[in-house]
Design a protein around this ligand. Sequence first.
Ligand SMILES: Nc1ncnc2c1ncn2[C@@H]1O[C@H](COP(=O)(O)OP(=O)(O)OP(=O)(O)O)[C@@H](O)[C@H]1O
Length: 286
Amino acid sequence: MNAPLHALQAQTGRVALSSVSIRVGSGADAFTAVQEVDLDIAPGEFVCLLGPSGCGKSTLLGALAGHLQPAQGRILLDGAAINGPSPERGLVFQHHTLLPWRSVIDNVAFGLKMRGQPRAARHAAARALLELVGLGGFETRYPAQLSGGMQQRVEIARVLLGQPRVLLMDEPFGALDALTRLKMQQLLLDVWDRFGTTVVFVTHDIDEALFLADRIVVMSPRPGRIIEDIRLPFARPRDASLSTSADFNTLKRHLLALLHHDADAAPLPRLSPLGAVRPHELQFAI
Ligand SMILES: Nc1ncnc2c1ncn2[C@@H]1O[C@H](COP(=O)(O)OP(=O)(O)OP(=O)(O)O)[C@@H](O)[C@H]1O
């Protein structure tokens, strides 16, 4: 994996949702989980969907993955409608989907095996990705012999081998302890920097969203709607010291207030300009 791959992939991965509503459940229990969402994500952008439990984040991600069809509106990837799951939209969940009876390298290379690639070629590609996620030397282990963080690294390598135009991540670090989670966030940023793939990352953790994202799209529940779209002013590369900065904490307070805000109450005041941040670098859409 090298620089040309980054350049190649940065051309693709534009996601466009227009007036997307998604209904879930059936019969009398059916309801609108996501309502009239408009969202444009540029190629290579890292977007976090942030919201309280049940606000429809996973439902929206499921539609991007092609597992759910919108009841209304359109979802396009690079101008083409999404009509079902595909490796071009790689999904990573909270719990890995590795095959327990296959070694680490065979798990990563499994997609290439399904596409008929010879063993030597698929193992070479898988080995390069395992190096990238810090698992060189673990090729012959089995998933059960790895820690939770290592299993998620294998999962990320497996999904990246499909060269996705968009990486869809649904609370991928939610089951990890706090320290491992921080390490995985840093690893993900390093990997993303190498690949330049568009990322849509679902979380309800404000710190995680602030550390990772270019943009945070905030959703409110019943029905799931976008209530704010914030472009973060933080430079990259980022490290743990970001979370102690004044601007980080100002944004964190604002996001906390948004997540705890009663949708039926009066609207919250807009965020005032941040100390070290030039006001034009903040973008809001309510
Ligand atoms: N297949 C389904 N049948 C019935 N209700 C569903 C179905 N899928 C989702 N829901 C409901 O739709 C709403 C949105 O769910 P969703 O999982 O998208 O929320 P979320 O924001 O991802 O929540 P969490 O952070 O807890 O995962 C919830 O009220 C959920 O119970």
